[in-house]
Design a protein around this ligand. Structure first.
Ligand SMILES: NC(=O)c1ccc[n+]([C@@H]2O[C@H](COP(=O)([O-])OP(=O)(O)OC[C@H]3O[C@@H](n4cnc5c(N)ncnc54)[C@H](O)[C@@H]3O)[C@@H](O)[C@H]2O)c1
Length: 450
């Protein structure tokens, strides 16, 4: 028994780190007050008033086991780590349309009218600030409520001025991109250093889309930045450098909500049992504004790249060539207005088992896109704020432990992204245990823990 006890791994960091308390108001600056954003904001207000439960939010409903299983110690995550209280959240944001959050929520048609009517006095007070927008990067939208500036540097300065003004009214700030998906662009020379990027802003470089103007403004003001959409935005050297320089945490990109969420649940199961996969066809139809934007091939390309990544990393075809080398993986997104926000995702998975015998799995997920995304957006905001109050996490820049929420996790150079939802969940919870000085749970030493 004594040797087994020794084998149990202890957290190296036990009691070595401190997390600052979540005192005062947390300002949430939302870029894009569309379906996801308004569902999150209305949802937070509904929860604050006791009208609904925060279902789908790990920060609000999840527990975390501490110590041995026999100790039966599983506090709520929000009681274990010092997260901002929902009552302390203050929302503001930008959009290319002038609608206030109530009007935008009615337009998005995600929440029912009764709920929105009850929340109307609160929601209609939240009015967007004019956005930084350029139709070149989102072909299907024509913004009317946009900032004008002599170049991209000037536009970044205007967002910085918005941040500074908001900061005077709250204690801490986090920014989250819930705006439309921009066209696909890879990082270029402009994204390699701060100097090159700032010159690019002055020169109106075509390689700098609005999302990076917001991100630059946020990070240089020490404001953490989350990206709910699939563009590169902060996944490039300059933004990592800015994140570290200004102690403003960043994470990956693109909320992991419907189909990819399911993929990263199913694929690890198939792999764990060494079942082979020949093909995975993923079809989506959706009818909201996001669907309309993604109907443009250039915006779809951003989404496609983000959605395609997970399987390769989970199946590791280089380690298991007989099982996963020749997977035919196809992703389709179709704009179909009658469905609105009620997305339907079909997956057909051709698998093979013992002695190569073929089988098929069909998944039909009839989801509500923004109902799935809203709690993810909320959790990212709360955890990025926690990261910023935790010196050890803040110094990392990229918060890989938040990969749990994202289709495209971001990692430090040279590391491969972890897509398996269960490993991601373990990483997230162990990070919380670590910063609070608790033992990590590794599921080793079972007898001892029993
Ligand atoms: N809902 C999901 O499950 C889910 C999952 C993953 C990613 N996403 C991404 O989240 C984003 C938001 O989705 P949605 O359904 O809320 O879309 P939406 O079209 O309802 O909302 C996007 C809002 O952003 C605004 N906008 C566009 N460009 C802007 C800019 N430069 N500055 C400020 N505002 C701008 C639009 O006017 C619109 O109000 C999309 O990029 C989508 O791809 C959503």
């Amino acid at each position: 028994m004594a040797t087994k006890k020794k084998a149990v791994r202890k957290s190296k960091a036990a009691v070595s780190t401190k997390v600052k308390p979540a005192k005062g108001k947390l300002g949430v600056m939302v870029v894009g007050l569309g379906a996801v954003a308004t569902t999150m904001i209305a949802g937070v207000e509904a929860v604050r008033r006791g009208l609904a439960k925060p279902i789908g939010s790990l920060t609000q409903m999840g527990t975390i086991r501490l110590g041995k299983r026999t100790e039966s110690k599983s506090p709520l995550i929000k009681d274990f780590v010092p997260l901002a209280d929902l009552n302390d959240l203050v929302f503001t944001g930008w959009d290319i349309f002038k609608d206030n959050v109530y009007e935008a929520a009615v337009h998005a048609a995600v929440l029912d009218k009764d709920m929105l009517t009850q929340l109307k006095p609160y929601l209609e007070k939240i009015k967007p600030m004019p956005a930084v927008f350029d139709q070149y990067y989102v072909k299907r939208l024509n913004g009317t409520y946009v900032k004008k500036g002599k170049n991209k540097r000037d536009l970044a300065n205007q967002i910085i001025a918005d941040i500074k003004a908001f900061k005077k009214t709250v204690d801490r700030v986090v920014m989250i991109w819930c705006a439309s998906t921009e066209i696909y662009r890879e990082a270029t020379a402009v994204h390699q250093t701060i100097e090159a990027f700032e010159k690019g802003l002055e020169d109106d470089s075509i390689d700098i889309p609005p999302s990076q103007i917001y991100a630059y403004a946020a990070l240089t003001q020490g404001v953490p930045f989350a990206n709910g959409a699939p563009m590169v935005t902060v996944d490039c050297p300059v933004m990592v450098e800015l994140s570290k320089k200004y102690s403003a945490p960043i994470c990956g990109k693109d909320f992991k909500t419907g189909q990819t969420f399911m993929k990263t649940v199913l694929a690890p199961g198939l792999k764990a049992r060494m079942l082979g996969v020949k093909g995975w066809f993923s079809f989506n139809m959706l009818g909201n504004r996001d669907g309309e934007v993604l109907d443009d091939p250039e915006s779809f390309r951003s989404k496609e790249v983000s959605k395609m990544g997970s399987l390769d990393y989970i199946f590791q075809p280089e380690l298991y060539p007989e099982l996963y080398k020749d997977i035919y993986h196809k992703v389709r997104i179709n704009y179909y207005p009658p469905r609105g926000d009620d997305k339907e995702a079909w997956d057909n998975i051709d698998i093979f088992g013992w002695l190569n015998y073929p089988m098929q799995i069909k998944v039909n997920f009839q989801c509500k896109d923004s109902i799935l995304a809203a709690p993810v957006a909320l959790d990212l905001v709360l955890f990025l704020d926690l990261a910023q109050r935790t010196p050890e996490l803040k110094s990392l820049g990229i918060q890989e432990w938040l990969s749990f929420y994202l289709k495209s996790p971001q990692t430090a150079d040279g590391l491969y992204p972890e897509h398996d939802l269960f490993i991601q969940s373990m990483k997230l919870k162990n990070t919380l245990r670590h910063i609070m000085g608790e033992d990590l749970i590794t599921h080793l030493g079972l007898e001892y823990y029993d």
